[in-house]
Design a protein around this ligand. Structure first.
Ligand SMILES: Cc1cc2nc3c(=O)[nH]c(=O)nc-3n(C[C@H](O)[C@H](O)[C@H](O)COP(=O)(O)OP(=O)(O)OC[C@H]3O[C@@H](n4cnc5c(N)ncnc54)[C@H](O)[C@@H]3O)c2cc1C
Length: 410
């Protein structure tokens, strides 16, 4: 009988590994066990159907900063195979990619199907077998290799096993991995928007500012970026980044917390105060409502005035000190009571999973269990939006594949 590699999970990491198992000795069979009836289903829906496949941020030091969990171990992984190598990999296979102004990289076809077709063709060319409806429920190590058990009771013998089951919100999904002695970080959601049922700005849904600062009151968690007012609260890159970096803290708070918004990250309280005093003198006769400070939109400015109790008709010269203070506060530190979260465009990732310390990121092999590889979101690694989560999956899949080939050649 020949040898076998079993890849558990036909998602981004599993498929990319399969597509990179070139030059395997002839006696090695590769099988992907996929629990559902579809592979690459997240790739299909990703990036609104366009697949934000990676990023144009190439500098490893900056790249790893986009990962609230995994920053340190990812350094080695991205040095071996990062966004530059990934883009080259697709381009060599006739899939041109394009970078947008914000650094997100998509196939020029603007269709995730292009990526899926390419990965499937590569895997097929290498003779990879894909078995659908095979949910792995147990994995055990034997003196020589592994036995993989699926829910139907079928046993798969394997010389090497790669676990690429993605992220799961419930710890139970990882029970068969903890049974092997692998340590886990509790899984919880990352990348979400804030529900603010009592927000006075709900009627301004659709309004955005390009560069706000959003801070979680009483903590050091504070992020900047575009901020969007939604009909349920606040969203946009600044909020998503904050949700990712503070994911554990916010879960502990049961998603009940206060955020403070400064509508432009460049502002500081003294400068805004000076601007108000200057207007009192130089614009004394003008109506306050007609003088919004950029980048506030007219509607947002009017609402902030209303919240500060300033009538629409009021002129700068008549602005009482108390109302001025309230207005300044709403501009540089407006409080919102968050009560719950909402998934961002159905795009979510799991923080938590198998601890990074369990894996040697130079090979993606388990440090404790020889012949067991792990990659992708199953690990306690997650990035912010922008192609970073796929990049983790591609890089882990690639490095694991190349190491598995070397191992079976020897
Ligand atoms: C709607 C949406 C949009 C997204 N868009 C983007 C984007 O544009 N860019 C980006 O970088 N990231 C995006 N992400 C995140 C990205 O999809 C994931 O981080 C990435 O797919 C993780 O790859 P993975 O291979 O680790 O897991 P997955 O792609 O989730 O694959 C895991 C596979 O394993 C299978 N599986 C699970 N358990 C078992 C089991 N016990 N036995 C057998 N098979 C099993 C699953 O069915 C699945 O097919 C998006 C996520 C979502 C939900």
């Amino acid at each position: 009988m020949g040898r076998r590699i079993v890849i558990i999970g036909g998602g981004a990491a599993g498929f990319f590994a399969a597509a990179n198992l070139q030059q395997l000795p002839n006696d090695v069979e590769v099988v992907i066990l996929e629990k559902s009836n579809k592979t690459l289903s997240k790739v299909k829906v990703s990036g609104g159907g366009r697949c934000n496949v990676t990023t144009s941020l190439d500098q490893v030091g900056q790249l790893v900063k986009q990962y609230p969990r995994g920053e340190k171990p990812l350094r080695n992984l991205f040095k071996a195979f990062g966004p530059v190598e990934l883009r080259q990999w697709f381009e060599e296979r006739g899939i041109p990619l394009k970078a947008e102004d914000d650094g997100r990289v998509f196939p020029t076809s603007d269709s995730s199907q292009t990526i899926i077709d390419c990965l499937r063709e590569e895997a097929q060319r290498l003779g990879v077998k894909v078995m659908h409806g095979e949910q792995v429920v147990d994995l055990s190590q034997k003196p020589e290799g592994w036995t993989v058990t699926t829910s139907g009771g079928k046993l798969w013998e394997a010389d090497l096993v790669m676990v690429a089951i993605g992220g799961h919100p419930k710890s139970a999904a990882y029970d068969w991995l903890s049974a092997l002695g692998l340590e886990l970080e509790k899984p919880l959601p990352s990348l979400f928007t804030f529900n603010i049922p009592d927000s006075p700005l709900l009627t301004l849904a659709g309004t955005s500012v390009p560069s706000a600062e959003v801070k979680i009151a009483g903590t050091k968690f504070s992020y900047t970026g575009p901020l969007l007012i939604t009909h349920w609260g606040l969203s946009g890159p600044a909020v998503l980044k904050l949700s990712a970096f503070a994911a554990r803290h916010l879960a502990e708070k049961d998603y009940q917390f206060q955020v403070l918004v400064k509508w432009d990250q460049e502002w500081n309280e003294d400068a805004v105060r000076n601007w108000v005093s200057e207007n009192r003198n130089s614009q004394a006769k003008k109506k306050i409502v007609n003088c919004p400070l950029r980048p506030l939109t007219q509607r947002l400015w009017s609402t902030l005035m209303e919240l500060a109790g300033i009538p629409e008709e009021m002129r700068w010269a008549d602005l009482p000190k108390k109302s001025a203070n309230k207005l300044i506060n709403a501009m540089v530190s407006m409080p919102f009571e968050v009560a719950g979260k909402t998934t961002f465009k159905e795009e979510f990732v799991t923080a938590g999973g198998v601890k990074c310390s369990e894996v040697d990121f130079k090979s993606m092999q388990s440090r404790k269990l020889a012949g067991l590889y792990l990659a992708g979101e199953v690990l306690d690694v997650d990035g912010i939006t922008g192609g970073y989560n796929f990049q983790n999956a591609w890089s882990g899949g690639y490095v694991a594949a190349r190491h598995m080939v070397e191992q079976l050649k020897n």
